[in-house]
Design a protein around this ligand. Sequence first.
Ligand code: ADP
Length: 218
Amino acid sequence: PLNVIGMQAELLQQEDLIDQNTIIESSNIIIDETERLNTLINDLLNITKIESGNISINKQRVKLHELLSDTFDSAMRASRNKNLSVNIDIAKNISTIEIDKDLFRIALNNILSNAIKYNRENGKILLEADEIDNHIQIKISDSGIGINQEDQDHIFDKFYRSQSDEVQKRNGHGLGLSLTKEIISLHNGKITFESEKNVGTTFIIKLEKTTTFLKEAI
Ligand code: ADP
């Protein structure tokens, strides 16, 4: 992204050569690339902090219903130009839960933004949350490109991106799911997925109702 930003900035300096459309196009590219760089740096910083044990966990009692619907709404604002049909179904009496709200929001947001990014025009996204025995289960399903069999063992690896054309034509740096898994593990939870090529993918997060943080457990 830095090279692209530099090149576009140089282009913008050539006052006599450029027209209004080029100015708008170049500024949009700079904005997009800055956003990508920002995500990359934040993901890297968070992963490094978690792996080095240097993260301070801010445990709070959180109304899960509110957190899920807020995160869902703000992630879905970015999906407008794909014409997706988005739905949310959260059990009304779902418990409050002790989690690090900011970290948990990052994890959810990574899965939701992938559900948008790897979806198709007019596709669907569904977020469901329920209590099963003494667990909270959060499911995020999309009707997108699905994950190839050969990629399925690697998607939580750091910097892993599928080599398929469908993935390569979309932007990404392969850190989102790795960070998401670290965050869920930090909450002593589990993340799994089911996926079928050209049908879609469902990520499932399971958390104990009374979360013990990994750090405390150790
Ligand atoms: P990226 O920045 O590449 O999206 P992630 O760590 O978020 O990185 O995801 C790793 C890889 O897992 C992606 O490159 C893609 O191959 C696959 N993937 C993740 N989420 C989905 C999804 N909802 N549908 C299809 N493939 C997915």
